[in-house]
Design a protein around this ligand. Structure first.
Ligand code: SAH
Length: 352
């Protein structure tokens, strides 16, 4: 028997085509898509379909429902952190944050990560596998269904490097943006990358209205290469050039993510250099107070250094914000929860 197809990764028009090929009328596709969009994850549960069709679908397609391995709710700000078990026993994290303007979900795009940033918990065990488009979609859908919080914004800032899983992430964006699906507007979506610049032209080509966030974290090659292996062979100048090309092609302003690390990237000289880069590409700077990760030697910058850094950026005409720390009591920083689970259940992850 051929391997069963992942029905959830199909767009409505592709599902229609697949059903037509199976000799079924088109309207069945709309019915099935509606069930899937409501979170129904068994063909048995699709009660307006005949028993025969349900059995046929079961033979053709696979369906899996992510299971909540753990759910932590912050007592400080209501942030919810989920750890989901995937169909092969791997686990990924999703965070739901509530802001005045609505609820934002932070999704993972891979199980683990191969980029090796020195301050990040997600990358400690390396990359296990890419997530399928449907698995990323289910992070959004099941977070909404379980929490009862209507999701209005998505950030691809969880575990993984989205541009290392380009095709599946693009398909996820199409699915989540689809008018017949969750219909979340591209302007409400941010994609964060450590700077895989080879993929920038292909992303710009799609002319999506999403926000591209670039994890810069250091304005000079010496520091950036030290904390971000992705800088090797690319370099800050090439990254800034790629950002300029992206901005010129799409007209969408880029956001620079910058985690403030004590004594590493928080000097006045680095603030000035960062300001120069930001101005060159009209980027917004988002400063992130570093979350200390147990296995990592880095500490967050002292408050007075942060204040000084902000002042220099502002004096140099840069638009700067400081990210609020949400969910700090629920290990809400990238990869911390999955990491904790790995440590308690040694060998708890499997690769496919
Ligand atoms: N791989 C992508 C997206 C995932 S991480 C990227 O690198 O952008 C989302 C953001 O959190 C990135 O800016 C990342 O550098 C940052 N980050 C990772 N670990 C962190 C930590 N311990 N404290 C603060 N920010 C962190």
């Amino acid at each position: 028997m051929t391997e069963r197809k992942d029905i959830l990764s199909l767009l409505p028009e592709e599902l229609e085509q697949a059903l037509t090929e199976m000799g079924e009328p088109r309207f069945r596709a709309a019915q099935i898509f509606q069930w899937l969009s409501r979170g129904v994850r068994s063909f048995e549960g699709m009660t307006n379909l005949s028993k025969e069709l349900r059995a046929k679908l079961d033979a053709h397609f696979c369906l899996y429902e992510p299971k909540v391995l753990s759910k932590q709710v912050s007592t400080m700000d209501g942030t919810i952190k989920y750890l989901w078990e995937l169909c092969d026993g791997n686990a990924v994290e999703t965070v739901v944050m509530s802001y005045k303007h609505g609820n934002t979900v932070c999704v993972s795009s891979q199980v683990g990560c191969r980029q090796g940033c020195a301050f990040c918990a997600s990358t400690i065990g390396g990359l296990v596998r890419n997530l399928r488009a449907s698995e990323i979609l289910d992070e959004v859908l099941f977070s909404e269904l379980d929490s009862g919080k209507k999701i209005s914004n998505i950030v691809l800032m969880g575990i993984g490097e989205p541009l290392d899983n380009f095709d599946n992430v693009m398909r996820f964006l199409e699915l989540v943006n689809h008018p017949k699906g969750m219909n979340i507007g591209m302007r409400h979506i941010s994609l964060s990358t450590c700077g895989i610049i080879e993929k920038f032209p292909a992303l710009a080509e799609r002319d999506l209205q999403l926000t591209l966030s670039v994890s810069l974290h250091a304005p000079d090659d010496e520091t950036r290469s030290r904390i971000m292996p992705a800088n090797h062979g690319r370099g800050v100048a090439a990254l800034i050039g790629a950002c300029r090309d992206y901005y010129e092609k799409t007209g969408r302003r880029i956001s620079f993510e910058y985690a403030m690390i004590d004594g590493v990237n928080d000097s006045p000289e680095q603030a000035k250099l960062l300001a120069r880069h930001a101005r060159a590409v009209a980027a917004h700077v988002n400063l992130i107070p570093l979350n200390h990760v147990e296995e990592r030697p880095f500490q967050p910058s002292a408050p007075e250094h942060l204040k000084n850094f902000i002042q220099i950026l502002e004096e140099n005409g840069v638009n700067v914000t400081v990210r609020r720390r949400l969910g700090s009591d629920v290990d809400a920083s990238c990869g911390q929860l999955r990491r904790k689970m790995q440590k308690t259940q040694k060998g708890g992850q499997r690769s496919t």
